[in-house]
Design a protein around this ligand. Structure first.
Ligand SMILES: Cc1cc2nc3c(=O)[nH]c(=O)nc-3n(C[C@H](O)[C@H](O)[C@H](O)COP(=O)(O)O)c2cc1C
Length: 185
């Protein structure tokens, strides 16, 4: 059984929708156990993360970077970092923001740096830009390092973030689960 944990923050619910899609995508791979961990519970649930084969990081982009809440939690993982407890776990990331760019790449790079400090193995999105699937456009934002979505600063709902962006999140979750399964042998 490959264990995939998704640790995420969402202030207003948009990134939560993306996190749920990532979880659904990971769970679609047979033999995968998925845990969705809101960052507010991540400290109490650290054993879930410690036991995971893969950890996927998710945060909205606030002021061009991960949210303060995500960063505060990330700093608490220094306790794990000291013993390199997450070494060789698979890692990936996703972010949602109000604008087309909004500096989402910088948010992903913060997650990447966190993963590198923990000696984790970063998995890319693996979906070509503007891939059409089931009537949706996946990776319309042409990200490669992870999944991006836009919320247009409107309330979260069935069309916000865009269904194609949500499907992009599911594709990331699926890929991480597949890679984790291969990696575990
Ligand atoms: C404090 C704050 C800072 C923000 N900074 C950015 C930003 O740098 N770039 C951007 O595109 N959107 C920015 N936004 C918009 C959010 O990314 C957007 O509303 C997103 O959907 C919030 O996700 P959430 O609902 O998961 O919290 C910001 C919003 C807030 C509240």
């Amino acid at each position: 059984m490959a264990k995939v944990a998704i640790v995420y923050h969402s202030g207003y619910g948009h990134t939560k929708l993306l996190a749920e899609a990532v979880a659904k995508g990971a769970a679609s791979v047979a033999g995968t156990k998925v845990d969705l961990v809101p960052v507010e519970e991540a400290d109490a649930k650290i054993e879930i993360l410690n036991a995971a084969d893969a950890i996927i990081f998710g945060s909205p982009t606030y002021m061009g970077d991960v949210s303060g809440q995500f960063k505060t939690w990330a700093d608490t993982t220094a306790k794990v970092w000291f013993g390199q407890g997450w070494k060789d776990k698979i890692a990936a990331g996703f972010t949602n923001s109000g604008n087309l760019s909004g500096d989402k790449l910088n948010t992903l790079q913060t997650m990447w740096a966190l993963a590198m400090q923990h000696s984790m193995i970063w998995v890319s999105l693996g979906v070509m830009p503007k891939t059409e699937k089931d009537g949706l456009v996946l990776n319309r934002l042409a990200g490669y390092g992870g999944a991006f979505s836009i919320s247009e600063n409107a309330a979260p709902g069935p069309d916000n973030p865009d269904k194609g962006d949500i499907a992009t999140g599911a594709a990331l979750g699926q890929r991480v689960a597949e890679v984790t399964k291969k990696f575990k042998g």
